[in-house]
Design a protein around this ligand. Structure first.
Ligand code: FHN
Length: 406
């Protein structure tokens, strides 16, 4: 679970003007106005234990919170900034409360940290035009990262963002690790947090790829980030509706779409970092609560096809995506075929088939590389995604489907 929360949760819509010049933010928010808005940030309904309980019920394994986003407002106590939740507004260290709740619920902890900070004019000028100002700004960034990695115990993921200094000729973001002295920064992080996972947005590959709002498929190399490598750990970060921060209304993805996205991430060998934008008072939007609760119900009986599962070598055809674990293949039927469905390209023998949620057996016929699942009920047992488990003789294998004709 990704959590975008802070003073940018106040407007409740995405109309709030951005200072991000790259986003075409013509209407800039004067710094004084931004600081004034921070005084309205009153998280009176912030109950991080409730966040963690709902996340855990949804099957979430780790939660990443925006400790400081581009607007410069830190949810944690910092010796190098007054623009923080403990000193401006709530008078609380919200990151400390978040960390404690995650530990109480045994959910792993991720810190999102934006390298970019609109409160520092040097960021807008850049290292070339303001080398001295940039050095001071970079020292501020290093100091805050050190605070995050020192003051809150064991942290599992450090999720940088906002490291780009410009946009290259192809429209890709130019993340310049030298500008952040990222090698030294991440060496410090690993010294303080030896087991931590660091994402690729300080400009160095580090441990995790971070495709955004898109789910990579194995053969697709060039995504939002030309450095993306599908053969190393990655997670797709994605909004549940249209915005990262709280936005009333807008288009909310259905629970089915979110479950299918999760399956497609696992099918591609990655994780799904699904975002929630809590309201400024700290409560979750009803739409997010409903979707997380439904995802949890689905995960409760189908989690076996997700946790520790990987890419399945054969596809599910029109029925839907597939995942695999050990000697079991999982067909995620998202387009219900009525009576029967075929899987093509299966190289080894299918021993049995069953509905994963209920254990009910399914009659299966296999003729060479074609497997037919027969006598299926007329309607989908789970219209979001009905998972069928195929017990195989050995780990699932496939023929190169392109050489097969059915
Ligand atoms: O501008 C941010 C955005 O608000 C959000 O934090 C995403 C999450 O990956 N990152 C940037 C846009 O790519």
């Amino acid at each position: 679970m990704f959590l975008h929360w802070g003073i940018r949760s106040l407007p409740g819509d995405m109309s709030w003007r951005s200072m991000g010049w790259y986003a075409g933010g013509e209407e800039f928010i004067p710094v004084d106005e931004l600081k004034e808005q921070a005084r309205d940030f009153r998280p009176v309904n912030f109950r991080p234990r409730d966040w963690a309980r709902l996340a855990k019920k949804a099957g979430v394994k780790y939660m990443g919170l925006t400790t400081r986003h581009h607007d410069g407002y830190a949810l944690f106590d910092s010796k190098v900034s007054e623009f923080t939740a403990p000193r401006t507004g709530p008078g609380r260290d919200l990151v400390a409360e978040f960390v404690e709740a995650c530990r109480e619920e045994d959910v792993k902890i991720g810190f999102y940290y934006s390298l970019k900070d609109w409160m520092h004019a040097a960021w807008f000028k850049g290292p070339e035009r303001d080398p001295e100002g940039w050095d001071r700004f970079r020292d501020y960034v290093h100091a805050q990262v050190r605070e995050l990695c020192t003051n809150y115990g064991k942290i599992d993921v450090l999720w940088y963002d906002g490291g780009w200094l410009g946009i290259d000729q192809d429209g890709w973001r130019e993340e310049v690790p030298e500008a952040w002295n990222a090698t030294a920064l991440n060496a410090m992080v690993r010294e303080l947090q030896p087991h931590i996972l660091i994402n690729d947005r300080s400009g160095l590959p580090e441990d995790i790829g971070t495709p955004e709002q898109t789910i990579p498929v194995l053969w697709q190399q060039r995504l939002r980030n030309p450095n993306f490598d599908p053969n190393r750990p990655w997670e797709t970060c994605m909004t549940m509706n249209d915005g990262w921060f709280y936005e009333a209304g807008g288009h909310w993805k259905s629970t089915k779409e979110l479950i299918v996205n999760l399956v497609r991430c696992v099918q591609g060998g990655g994780n799904y970092l699904l975002n929630v934008g809590p309201m400024a008072d700290g409560s979750f939007p009803r739409e997010a609560i409903d979707r997380l609760t439904e995802i949890g119900d689905w995960m409760h009986v189908n989690g076996e096809s997700i946790y520790g599962a990987v890419h399945c070598p054969f596809r599910g055809g029109r029925a839907g995506p597939t995942t695999a674990k050990g000697e079991t293949a999982y067909l995620h039927v998202t387009q219900w075929p009525e009576k029967e469905t075929k899987i093509v390209g299966v190289k080894n023998r299918v021993i049995s088939a069953r509905f994963l949620a209920t254990g009910e057996s399914i009659r299966v016929e296999q003729d060479g590389y074609v497997v037919k699942l027969c006598d299926l009920p007329p309607t989908a047992p789970d219209p979001r995604d009905t998972v069928i488990a195929l017990e195989m003789e050995g780990e699932p294998q496939s023929y190169p489907v392109s050489f097969l004709s059915v």
